[in-house]
Design a binder for this molecule. Sequence first.
Ligand SMILES: *Cc1c(COP(=O)(O)O)cnc(C)c1O
Length: 424
Amino acid sequence: MFFESTLKFAKSLDQQDPLNSFRQEFLFPDFHEKNLLYFTGNSLGLQPKNAKKYMLEELDDWQKYGVEGHFLSRRPWYSYHENLTEMVADIVGAKPIEVVVTHSLTTNLHLLMVSFFQPEGKRTKIICEAKAFPSDQYAIESQLNFHGLGLDNLIEIAPREGELLIREEDIIAKINEIGDELALVMIGGVNYYTGQLFDMKSITTAGHSVGAKVGFDLAHAAGNVELSLNAWGVDFAAWCGYKYLNSSPGGVAGMFVHEKHAHNSTLPRFAGWWGHNKETRFEMKPGFSPIPGAEGWQLSNAPVMGMAIQLASLEIFKKAGMSRISEKRNLLTAYLEYMILGVSERNKETCSFEIITPSDPTKRGAQLSILVHGKGKALFDALCEKGVVADWREPNVIRVAPAPLYNSFEDCYWFGKFLEAAIQ
Ligand SMILES: *Cc1c(COP(=O)(O)O)cnc(C)c1O
């Protein structure tokens, strides 16, 4: 693709962009007096305009019906999550029976590991990526503890000496090396720090070939990259709702359990009444009988307010479609990359930085992580000063994520201009 770093060129890309009008479906923050550039959809997505409407509808129905709203409201609360199932299944490449919107991400990771991390005999080890998101590290550590296993059972795959990204071949080699001692592979589908997208299909195949279970944390992947969890044969996955899925701070999360496990009621699990067979749930009798599929992992009745917000967001995803979102994401991210590299090229003497995210579009999503050598934090602060909302990660990385549903090519153009001005 041939790019130009002119406003006219950026605007022409926006004019040709079939998803350009989706920007109107979101509310942009305006806390900064200057024009604000929002590049943190990887941390907290923007508010869909319909979120408020759908929440108010639920408040109205609560007022009108009280407890009867569970069955009488326009979207009955007892089955509210079912409004989201098909749309979220499309986003992660799953069948409806394989997904449920419920709880929060770390909660779901725990619930799924309780079922799919079953150390037995010498098969006790877990593989994850080095520098995984801290919550995932703590969850894995405590799962090992829970089984009376030491941290020596946690095998972390790090980049090679002098490199910044993890080589997929190293993950596969380690899976094969650990072999019949490996119980579980649990990796972030897209790494939160570097933006590296892993080949989940190959990792799943490799894990299964040695008899291990394979699960992914899709916090940075869901709504960002195209996923085919069913076809890849992934055992389980979990994601949050508030990053690319724009479903409000701490908003309700999602989980995936492959259909091959849907009817296995012998899996160990931490159960709750909302995962119990719908026909007999209200008989309130002892003896847990799980709903087949992911719904069987639900614990509590649905947090309707959070789901109302997610409904607003998922409707936008449905209209836009993951394949068009992906196409725009590749072009938009490439244009942002081009702008950033141009700045780097012109300012070599004053400021040195590099993009550590893979340049191959099949190995990344919407995020670019800029590693700044020298005064990184000062550069980041100067960017904030200009109205750029990006994200700083210690010790020296600026993360920028152009979200294809609401970021424009013009945003990317201005990011480049502001970055250059911040350097000077
Ligand atoms: C954002 C994120 C989390 C956050 O977990 P919560 O339970 O939603 O607070 C966990 N893991 C990863 C990989 C993340 O990116």
